[in-house]
Design a binder for this molecule. Structure first.
Ligand code: ACO
Length: 436
């Protein structure tokens, strides 16, 4: 954080003395005005619900240029990471600041696969859930419960504990997501196989059964890995900010990540891929491509409450670069599975074409986000719609833990404690019950 020569002067119409506020430069992106002493100097807070203009922390992990549609992890463009690296390379990068060399890569892969099993007791914990429970309800519970199983990595003041907790979370999430799926299906859990890739192992734990060998299809394996890379981190989004805020109280990493899982579940965030696929299926059931025009009219009608799910983003005011890569994967997977004529894919393309040309979307700079095509890919792979957000959580775990560990190592970090503009009753006395 570099102090700028520039300063902000805040003056007040009521004649109160003006104050000067320091400004800092980031390496790229907008400068920030440091308002930390504002309350002490003026007795006033700033008001910014939804954090529209507020940087909540400094971070060196991910940078998004929403106008250009650019996403960089530790400086590397997402397009290069998605095409030249795998998910575990991306995890190493997010956690450590740079890509691994050959030895580091090998060691990191070994480290992660040595932690893929979960405590055997976990399956009895899982049994407490109804079989038809939503996988995100189950995952919130399972991830939170990790803190009850791994007592030797819960001390956030110990860097070694933080490092082990990170590896455990990255290694165990695929096992937990697959267990949640198998439990819902009533099928036996599949133990991890360490000779497989991270994505290949996940696919086998999901779709393998003890009765026959499961052969990993390389196109699907690559697609799964890309889904993981594209969801790995996205700077200070709602779930990451939740993890930071939760972790700022000093709670253990598993509890903080469970809070992130809970936040991700919402349809305005990670739940959008599920909501998007449900939307496509509903349009398809109501007449398909022929009814797209009618649906779009509803979307543009403010009173309808209908949104085009998978479109729009708080930061991107251009095409989400992850959506382009996901569309490419979508084409590859559908071709490999002989599903090029998939009606939902056709429908999605039609919706996208109309939206990109329609004034409503153009004026508001609404473009497809990563979730617009990720649901179609996952459905083609055989993943049930209700598990889409769980897969997002699996992939985002590395981002959450990298951001949490970055915060804990930052000497400037404090417990997160926003203030408020109070609009309730001023002090009053309780009346006897017969006078209320
Ligand atoms: N369909 C129709 N209209 C939309 C959409 C949409 N998907 N998204 C935004 N708008 C409209 C809003 O109604 C608003 O219109 P107005 O100016 O006439 O009032 C304008 O565009 C600006 O939208 P906001 O809601 O103010 O933008 P915000 O930054 O608060 O919301 C969000 C971003 C939540 C992602 C929103 O675009 C949305 O709900 N999209 C659909 C859900 C979705 O796909 N979420 C995934 C996000 S990406 C992720 O988590 C991986």
């Amino acid at each position: 954080m570099k102090l700028s020569d520039n300063k902000a002067t805040m003056s007040f119409a009521n004649g109160a003395p003006s104050i000067e506020l320091p400004i800092y430069h980031g390496n790229i992106g907008p400068d920030v005005i440091d308002i930390r002493k504002l309350y002490a100097q003026t007795g006033m807070f700033t008001y910014d619900p939804g954090f529209l203009s507020t940087a909540s922390c400094q971070s060196a992990i991910t940078y998004i240029d929403g106008d250009k549609g650019e996403l960089l992890h530790r400086g590397y463009p997402i397009e290069q990471l998605a095409t030249q690296c795998d998910y575990l390379d991306t995890c190493y990068l997010l956690l450590n600041g740079d890509l691994p060399n050959a030895t580091e890569r090998n060691d990191f892969h070994k480290l992660v696969i040595n932690h893929t099993m979960v405590n055997e007791q976990m399956q009895f914990f899982l049994r407490g859930f109804r079989r038809d429970a939503h996988p995100m309800a189950v995952l919130t519970g399972l991830v939170g419960a990790l803190s009850a199983f791994y007592h030797d990595s819960t001390d956030i003041n110990n860097p070694e504990h933080r490092r082990i907790a990170a590896i455990r979370l990255i290694a165990k999430m695929p096992t937990l997501v697959a267990m949640a799926y198998k439990y819902g299906m009533g099928q036996p859990y599949m133990y991890p196989r360490n000779e497989l890739s991270y994505a290949g192992n996940f696919l086998r734990m999901m779709f393998g059964t003890p009765c026959e060998d499961y052969k990993v299809n390389p196109v699907i394996e690559k697609a799964m890995d890309r889904i993981f890379i594209l969801h790995a981190d996205h700077e200070q989004n709602a779930s990451t900010s939740t993890v930071r805020l939760c972790g700022s109280s000093g709670t253990n990493p598993f509890a903080a990540i469970a809070a992130g899982v809970a936040c991700l579940w919402g349809p305005a965030h990670g739940g959008a891929n599920e909501a998007c696929l449900n939307m496509l299926e509903e349009i398809q059931a109501n007449g398909g491509v022929a009814k797209v025009g009618q649906f779009m009219e509803q979307v543009k009608d403010k009173n309808s409450g209908v949104k085009l799910m998978g479109f729009g983003h708080r930061v991107y005011k251009n095409y989400d670069p992850r959506a382009k890569l996901m569309q490419e994967t979508c084409n590859e997977v559908l071709a490999a599975l002989g599903l090029e004529n998939d009606p939902l894919f056709k429908l999605a393309k039609q919706l996208e074409k109309i939206a990109l040309e329609d004034d409503y979307f153009v004026q508001r700079k609404l473009y497809p986000n990563v979730d617009f095509y990720s649901g179609i890919v996952q459905r083609a792979i055989g993943i049930p719609v209700s598990l889409f957000t769980g897969i997002f959580a699996l992939a985002r775990t590395v981002g959450w833990i990298a951001q949490l560990n970055e915060m804990l190592a930052d000497p400037e970090y404090k417990i997160g404690r926003p203030r408020q503009l109070f609009s309730g009753n001023v002090k009053r006395d309780i009346k006897p019950i017969d006078q209320r």
